[in-house]
Design a protein around this ligand. Structure first.
Ligand code: AMP
Length: 307
């Protein structure tokens, strides 16, 4: 399966991806982990990303996209993957869609993890990661035994728990603001594609895992009625305005013709008073006193009446 986990920082994307990875046997691709590793290794990407990460801002789309493109090119991805923390902007989502279409590997599901903001702050402040294997724990929610006595699969020693430098109060506020501004719009993007599932990600971790599994097996949230792209809507509105003003111009011309057909000081009654040629003829004949009626009757007849 090819899955995207969407959700604000602290919603449990990392924890749930790790569990899904073990259950489905597909890799977890966390853009945050990849960037942190680039920073730790001191690569050019890490050097360019560090400032934004420390400030709780997003790393430039072009850098993240290049990194994800390379990662999706690795041999463990054709059987499926879980994207955690990517995409985070509409530009990233559109680029991912193009990339996966080119690879012939479209997404199967996008799951949005919903958690209220007070709970997010509490979770983030309690979050600790093992410096060696990257496993995520939470001082408030993980079982005490797991935090204290579990051994790190990399070192065989107890986990070395560290707090992420961007999990501090000021940076967290900025990360939540950035999420609302840049990432929340992806919910509608994926709903419109019929890929979105939304789960309540509060409460017990096992319970959230169950909801996630259920959501992945369930049909997606109904698509919102599809709106035409903005450019098409603008063109259609322009066309509507143009044809409305053409109607106004036409009716103005008709009104002018009717007025032009009226000899001054006289009232014209007739079914075809708007026909300019016939009206002009009438005017000239009436003006020269030759007739009080048009020469021909029938449809073109216009009766003159002195007031
Ligand atoms: P995370 O571990 O997912 O919370 O990501 C940590 C930080 O890495 C974020 O606050 C961003 O600065 C950066 N980051 C991770 N993923 C992305 C992404 N898809 N686009 C831009 N920046 C990202």
């Amino acid at each position: 399966m090819r899955i995207v986990l969407l959700g604000p920082p602290g919603s449990g994307k990392g924890t749930q991806s790790q569990r899904l990875m073990e259950r489905l046997g597909i890799p977890q691709i966390s853009s945050g982990d990849l960037l942190r590793s680039a920073v730790a290794r001191g690569t050019e990407l890490g050097r360019q990303a560090k400032g934004a990460m420390d400030g709780g801002r997003l790393v430039e789309d072009s850098l993240v996209l290049q990194m994800i493109r390379e990662r999706l090119g690795e041999p463990d991805t054709p059987g499926g993957f879980i994207l955690d923390g990517f995409p985070r902007t509409l530009a990233q989502a559109e680029a991912l869609e193009r990339l996966l279409r080119a690879l012939g590997q479209p997404l199967d599901a996008v799951v949005q993890l919903e958690v209220d903001s007070a709970e997010l702050v509490r979770r983030i402040s309690g979050r600790r990661c093992c410096a060696d294997c990257g496993r995520v724990f939470n001082l408030f929610t993980s079982p005490r035994t797991a935090v204290e006595s579990e051994l790190c699969p990399k070192t065989g020693a107890p986990h070395r728990l560290t707090q992420r430098p961007d999990d501090n109060e000021a940076t967290v506020a900025e990360r939540l603001r950035v999420y609302e501004e840049k990432t929340r719009p992806l919910i509608d993007f994926y709903r419109a594609r019929g890929l979105l599932r939304v789960i309540d990600a509060t409460g017990d971790v096992d319970e959230v895992s169950r909801r996630l599994t259920q959501a992945l097996g369930a049909p997606a949230a109904p698509r919102a009625p599809r709106r035409a792209p903005a450019a098409t809507r603008v063109r259609a509105a322009k066309r509507r305005r143009a044809s409305a003003s053409a109607r106004v111009r036409r009716s103005g011309r008709t009104a002018r013709r009717v007025r032009a057909a009226r000899p001054s000081g006289r009232r014209v009654r007739g079914r075809t008073a708007a026909k300019p040629k016939a009206a002009a003829k009438v005017r000239s004949r009436v003006a020269s006193g030759k007739t009080r009626r048009p020469a021909r009757g029938g449809r073109g007849r216009i009766r003159e009446k002195r007031r």
